[in-house]
Every structure is written in C-alpha cells, then in structure tokens.
Write a protein that binds this ligand. Structure first.
Ligand SMILES: Nc1nc2c(c(=O)[nH]1)N[C@H]1C(S)=C(S)[C@@H](COP(=O)(O)OP(=O)(O)OC[C@H]3O[C@@H](n4cnc5c(=O)[nH]c(N)nc54)[C@H](O)[C@@H]3O)O[C@H]1N2
Ligand SMILES: Nc1nc2c(c(=O)[nH]1)N[C@H]1C(S)=C(S)[C@@H](COP(=O)(O)OP(=O)(O)OC[C@H]3O[C@@H](n4cnc5c(=O)[nH]c(N)nc54)[C@H](O)[C@@H]3O)O[C@H]1N2
Ligand code: SF4
Ligand SMILES: [Mo]
Length: 738
C-alpha cells in the first residue's frame, strides 16, 4: 500500500502568538508541524513558527498515552483516584440535572466556570452562562492581558494594539516581556527588525535572553514599573520630545499629566527603581526620538497587582504622546473585522439580566475590569470597534464564596481549559474551596491535579482535533481559520469532544435549544463566516488559504476619532474618574517590599518574582511529554551567586522558598543576571508521574510556587482585581535531604 501525505492548515494554540501552521498527516497520523509557507510576509513581519520547538513537539503531545479518552465518573471519595468510564450522554444528563437542582436552590450565580489563558472557543461558554443566568466565569482575565486590554479601551476606546513589529519599526520597547522564551513568533519578528536597524530597549529585573539583545537594558526593582514610565514621560515632556501635533489634536488631559509627572524626577525614580538616572534618561530619549516605535508589554506589568493598571496606563501614555498610534511600523489600531460575526455577539451578553450582571463576584470592588467598567467603556468604545470585551468574575473572591458562602454561595465549578490548583495563587485555599463544592466538573486533555478533585472528568479535543477561527478575541481585523488535522473520535479507542460540545450539550439539556442551532463546532464557526461570503471553514481555507488580512489603513482616528467620552486619547481618564479612581497613574510602593513591610522583611528578606516563561513548557502543561521534560526535568529557582554564597547554597541544590503562608522547593540555578536581593521561581509545576490520589495530587504541594503566594484583597489591584504574582517577600534556604 502506498503512503498518503496530506497537508492540513491550522492555527497553533501553543501560545498567544497563534502562528499559522501546517501539519503533515501521513496515513492518517500527524507526523510534523511546520510554519505555513503560504503565509504572507509583506510589510509587517508577521509572526511565524520558524524553529519553534514547542510547536514541533505537538505530535508527541497529541498522541501521548496519558491523554484522556472517555468521560470518567468518580467512584470513591473526591480525591481518592477511583474512576469508572461513563458515556458522554449519561455524563451530560447527570451534570445537567445537578445544575438544574443547584440553580433552583441557590440561583444561577451559584454555578461558576473557570477558564485559563484563551485557547479554545470560549464565546460558547459565555453563551451558555449568559443563557443560564450566571455572571461567574472566572480565570486569568485580571492577570493575563486583561489589564492592558481594559485600560487601553478605557483611554483610547480601542482594544490594545497588536504588536505589529514591521520592517519600518525603528524602536522596540519591551516592558516586562521575554519573547525569546514566551513568544517565538514575535521574537523572530523582533530579530528581523533589528537586522533592519531597529533599536531595542528592555525593562526587566533579569538579564533575560531578550535583554541580552538590547541596546539599553533597564534592570529595575520588581514592582516599580509605574514610577519608571512616569519618569520617562517626565523626561519626554521636559525635553519637548513629544509629538506636539498629536498631543494638541488628539489627547485629553496633557497639562494635568505634565503636572503629575513632575513628581517623578530622575534622581527620585532612580532610587525607587534601582535604575541609574542616566539610563532612564537615555531610554526615554531613544524611545521618543527613534520613530516609529512599538511597545510590547506583558506579564512583568500585568502581574504587579496594586501597580498593574497604573503601570499599564503610563505605558499607553508613552505610546500616545510620542504619536506612535496607528502609523506604519508603530502600534496598529486594528479593530474588529466588520463582517465577521464577533465573538462578543456569540456570547449573548444581553441575555444576562441586569440583576444577574450585578451579582458578578468582585465587580463592586474591582470596578474597571468587571461588568461595571464594561458597561461604561462600551458606551463609547463599541461605536468605534463594533464590539466590546468580555469580563471576568474575580477568582480570589469566587474561591472565598465557595468556601464561606459569602457574599452568596457558589456550589458548582466547571473547570474547562484551566488548571486552577496549579496556576491560581493560594493553592491551599483553592483546594479547600473546590473540596467544599456540591459538584466539580473538569474538561481537559489530561488528568491534572485539579481534575483529581473532580466528580466528572471529560476528555477534550485539542486544536489539532478540531476546527478554529481566530481573531485575537475580536481585537484585530484579520481572520485566521484552521481545520482538524486528525479526528477527535475513533470508535472503541477514544471519544474526545470540543469545549463547544460541552457547552451545547449542557445548554440543550437546560432549555436553551433555540440558541444552539449548530450541531457541531464546524457549523457554529460557519455561521460566523457567513457574512463574509464563506459557507464553511473548509471553504474559507480553500479560497483564502486560511487567512484574511484586510489592507492596512493608517491613522483611522482622523476619520473616526477615539471611542472615549471626549473622543480623544484620555491621558487623564474620565472613565477612571467616573468609576471613582485616580484618573492619572500614580506609583505605589509594592504591597509587600522591604520598604512597605520592614518588619516582615526581617524574616523574609528577598523579593520573589515568579513565572518567567520557559520554552519547553506552557504553564502547567507538557510536564508529561518527554521531549519537553528532558529539557527541563526540575523546577528552577534563580539566585544571584553572592546571595547563594551567603546562604551556603550551591548550584543544583534543592532550596526551600518560604513565605508566611507556606513553603515549596525548587532547584537552585546560580544566575548573576538577577539582583542579589531578588529570586525568581518557576510556576506551573506538578509531577504527572507522582500518585494522583490525595494527599499527593501529582505532587501539587511540592514545587508549585502558587502554594506560597497570597491573594488576599490587599494583594489585588483595587482597579482591576489583578493579583500579585511578581514582587512579594520570601526567604530561601537549602532543603536538606533531597
Ligand atoms: N505564580 C504564577 N502563576 C501564574 C503565572 C505566573 O507568571 N506566576 N501566570 C499566570 C498566567 S499569565 C496565566 S495565563 C495562567 C495560565 O493558566 P491556565 O491557562 O489555567 O494554565 P494551564 O497550565 O495552561 O492550564 C490549562 C489547562 O487547560 C488544558 N487545556 C488546554 N487547551 C484546552 C482546550 O482547548 N480545552 C480544554 N478543555 N482544556 C484545554 C490544559 O491541558 C491545562 O491542563 O497562569 C497564571 N499563573
Ligand atoms: N514557553 C511559554 N510561552 C508562553 C507561556 C508559557 O507558559 N510558556 N505563557 C503564555 C502566557 S499565558 C503569557 S501571559 C505570556 C507571558 O509572556 P511574557 O510576559 O513575555 O513572559 P514572562 O517570562 O512571564 O515575563 C516577562 C518578564 O517579566 C519579568 N519581570 C518580573 N517582574 C517584573 C517587574 O516587576 N517588572 C518588569 N518590567 N518585569 C518583570 C521577568 O523577569 C520576565 O523575564 O507567555 C505566553 N507564552
Ligand atoms: S510561537 Fe510557537 S508555540 Fe507559539 S503559536 Fe507560534 S508556533 Fe505555536
Ligand atoms: Mo497569561
């Protein structure tokens, strides 16, 4: 028999870059993933998969023997590790009956769902919840691109800009990001821009592989970004390096901003941030003079809790006052494609009654990134973007409601595409909260620590086993589509289903039939493509090669203005003001630091930063895949050699990392690219090879840094609710006997 090779096109869900890829399927088996060679590489150097090791390892992932195959129902106590296989229909019937019961007893808000970083079609989850009447989907929104997205919508009336590093880009300012490890597609774009002469400035407490390529590297004290950017703004205003025409015509509140930043002079900010004054000045001048420029900000800012929105606000002001908005080689305002049915419309947000919306947990306190803020922002922004954004309940508040019944009981959790026991801070609390529930359902590819404490575990189809459409959550006007490379069901071997199937399956059992006319995900996606003239994803792939990029239009604001109350870029945000927050960014000392908590710092003298991305892993994923695990068998804590010598710790020693709420251990790597007062611990660690049943739960208590991270309200941004994952206090010491 001859062999047949098919080339299938899809969108890699390996990270947020979502590169276009091709799969080589030989005799029905996926053997190789490569970049999509048909992908246009014109002006904007679009992210491409070139040499991304994780993308290439997906065949090992998708065929891994640990994959879940059929739904499982718990037969022992929760956490006993005893399961039996059960059919999909029975599972959905049983879960739906329980949901009905809980809704009757406690109201729909008692049913919560947990989502991770966007990797599936969550608009259908939202559709299910909105129709059910629950405002309580929670997850990573407050710490993963939510803060940047919501503040940019508030002050520009436009979603955050796609980091379109292109051939005309002359300067790239990377704030707390490490694309060399975290976003290979973007990294290649950056290297190409550098080849064409672009300058690179990197702000990071660690001398990362990205920082090593920088013209200027600012090694700042963790948590002090806001002060640094306000100081850069001060330099730019003082030296009159700002774009006067843009500021005069298109910015609101410049004078008030100029007044505010006077507090942030070079010498003072050098002391706050540990960055020498001269370097701050050089960076400000280089960024303001070398145009067009692009800013890439990521988790270094978003994970700062109390300072996160403020830092991001200052970051967007930098873009605005230098006039880098919507110009070739600068930061593009893409907006949503007018003909693609937006995710937001699929969600049916209008079906959630005002009374139920008001119950969203955390929205009274953290008002910007919640239903409250969304209502206000969308009044203005929607007319420009054609769509608005999804909001999230506040995870730490939801877990407390599960545990205490306050402000009202939450009794059910459906965890789909997330792993809260590993990636959410305060693991002990998360564990107790989940154990206290009436029902916990998990849909995943694997038996994770979170799945081990479920009542039902459902096998999910990966992106390689399903169709997709992607438009970066409605924030860009280009559209990608992908086809399944391999089947999700093989008679007698496995029956994995898409997340769509879960939400629809529950929806039709709970009286939502009329809203689920599409039997499959493919049909649902075809509905979104129809106004563009395509009959299906396959039709789109055939006619467009899986990608539609409308021509670029620059300076769109000249025609349409900005979607804010004043129609301008609100440096001084009237939306923040309406929500009773400071309308301008202001720096606060991190909630836990040797300065804000000197007493605590006596026992816990080091500043802990966590979660710097490492290439082989995606958060808590890939630990069971040999190709990844061989590259990084253990979790690593980076310690400056001076500090290690003082503490008698050697390279390769297991080290306890302890805070007032617990301790875990990771292996020491001596690293002189980190300040002596700072240590960096990896996140996402569990050990699939350790027993699944309690108390081990695959070793979730051993090396998982979130066990030691506090998420009490004071650790959360009062504006967005984002919790602090970087810039806390800890102590470290050698772990004897390991
Ligand atoms: N300490 C610390 N904690 C952090 C961070 C940090 O830097 N430091 N980073 C935070 C950030 S930014 C993020 S985004 C979160 C990540 O949080 P999560 O996204 O919850 O983390 P993952 O480990 O990726 O877990 C996702 C789970 O969903 C499964 N999955 C993947 N795709 C699908 C799918 O299509 N369908 C279904 N049903 N399941 C799927 C995976 O197998 C995995 O078990 O972690 C956060 N936690
Ligand atoms: N391989 C891999 N790739 C990923 C992921 C993954 O888990 N693995 N996760 C994906 C997800 S969901 C996300 S959100 C992105 C994150 O992508 P990035 O944000 O680019 O990556 P990180 O390594 O989390 O953080 C960037 C840098 O922030 C620095 N940092 C720590 N504290 C501070 C601070 O106070 N200020 C500043 N300025 N910097 C600080 C860290 O030293 C780190 O080098 O990566 C995505 N890509
Ligand atoms: S950079 Fe790598 S993992 Fe991320 S989307 Fe592209 S190919 Fe996938
Ligand atoms: Mo993230």
């Amino acid at each position: 028999m001859g062999s047949s090779t098919e080339i299938k096109k899809s969108i890699c869900m390996g990270c947020h870059i979502h590169c276009r890829v091709e799969g080589h399927v030989v005799n029905g088996r996926l053997v190789k993933i490569e970049e999509d060679k048909a992908f246009p590489k014109a002006e904007a150097i679009r992210p491409i998969v070139r040499a991304c090791p994780r993308a290439r390892a997906f065949p090992d992932y998708v065929y891994h023997p640990n994959r879940l195959n059929f739904p499982l129902k718990r037969i022992g106590d929760r956490g006993d590790g005893k399961w039996r296989e059960i059919s999909w229909e029975e599972t959905l019937d049983e879960i739906a009956a329980k949901l009905s019961d809980i809704k009757r007893k406690y109201g729909a808000e008692a049913i919560a769902t947990s989502v991770g970083t966007a990797r599936t079609h969550d608009e259908y989850r939202m559709r299910f919840l909105n129709l059910l009447g629950s405002p309580n989907n929670f997850g990573q929104g407050q710490v993963c691109y939510g803060p940047g997205s919501v503040i940019s919508r508030a002050i520009y009336g436009w979603p955050d800009f796609y980091p379109a590093i292109g051939r005309s880009t002359k300067c790239v300012l990377i704030l707390g990001a490490n694309p060399e490890q975290a976003a290979r597609g973007l990294w290649h774009a950056l290297l190409s821009a550098q080849k064409e002469g672009a300058k690179l400035i990197v702000v990071d407490p660690r001398y990362t592989s990205t920082a090593q390529r920088a013209d200027i590297w600012l090694q700042l004290r963790p948590g002090t970004d806001c002060a640094l950017y306000l100081c850069m703004i001060n330099v730019i205003i003082k030296e009159e390096l700002y774009d006067k025409a843009f500021v005069n015509n298109w910015c609101y509140g410049f004078d008030k901003l100029a007044e505010r930043v006077k507090d942030y002079d070079l010498d003072k900010v050098a002391k706050i941030t540990w960055v020498p004054a001269q370097k701050i000045k050089e960076a400000a001048e280089m960024y303001a003079k070398t145009k067009p420029g692009v800013i890439v900000h990521t988790m270094g800012l978003e994970h700062l809790g109390a300072n996160s929105i403020e830092a991001m606000h200052a970051r967007y002001i930098l873009t605005a006052i230098t006039g880098n908005i919507d110009v070739r080689g600068g930061e593009e305002m893409r907006g949503h494609h007018p003909l693609l049915v937006p995710q937001y419309d699929i969600e049916l947000n209008e079906k959630l009654s005002p009374e139920q919306r008001a119950k969203q947990l955390g929205s009274d306190k953290f008002r910007l990134l919640s239903k409250n803020g969304e209502a206000l922002i969308s009044q203005y922004a929607k007319s420009k973007m054609g769509t608005t954004h999804t909001t999230f309940a506040h995870a730490p508040t939801v877990f407390r409601a599960m545990l205490t019944g306050k402000p009202y009981p939450v009794r059910v959790l459906i965890t789909a595409a997330s792993n809260p026991l590993v990636i959410q801070p305060n693991t002990k609390l998360v564990y107790k909260a989940i154990k206290n529930l009436d029902l916990h359902v998990v849909q995943d590819f694997w038996m994770t620590p979170t799945a081990e404490i479920a009542d039902y575990v459902l096998p999910a189809a990966t992106w390689l086993e399903r169709s997709s459409i992607f438009n970066y959550d409605d924030s860009v006007n280009f559209i990608y589509a992908g086809e399944p490379m391999i089947p999700s069901r093989v008679e007698g071997k496995y029956e994995r289903r898409t997340d769509y199937d879960l939400w629809r399956g529950l929806g039709i059992r709970l009286g939502q039939e009329e809203f689920w006319p599409w039997e499959t995900l493919e049909e649902a996606l075809a509905y979104r493509l129809k106004p563009l003239g395509f009959t299906s994803v396959a039709d789109f792939l055939q006619k467009r090669g899986g990608i539609l990029i409308p021509p670029k239009e620059e300076k769109k604001y000249e025609k349409v203005g900005f979607g804010t109350p004043t129609g301008k870029v609100e440096l001084y945000s009237t939306i923040l003001e309406k929500l009773k927050y400071d309308p301008l960014p202001k720096y606060q000392e991190p909630v836990e630091s040797p300065i804000s908590m000197p007493e605590l710092a006596k026992d816990y003298p080091f500043i802990l930063i966590t979660g710097g991305r490492i290439q082989p892993y995606y958060h808590s994923e890939w630990r069971q895949v040999d190709a990844a695990r061989k590259k990084r068998p253990y979790p690593i804590v980076q310690i400056n050699p001076e500090t290690a010598a003082d503490l008698d710790i050697s390279d390769g020693d297991w080290v306890w990392i302890e805070t007032p709420i617990g301790r875990i251990r990771q292996k020491c790597q001596l690293f002189d690219g980190i300040p002596p007062q700072v240590v960096h611990a990896e996140h996402g660690w569990w050990y699939p090879e350790l027993p699944g049943e309690e108390p081990s739960l695959h070793g979730v208590w051993e090396s998982n840094i979130n066990v030691v991270i506090n998420d009490e309200p004071q650790y959360c941004s009062s504006i967005s609710g984002g919790w602090t994952l970087r810039g806390l206090l800890c102590k470290i010491y050698r772990a004897e006997g390991y």
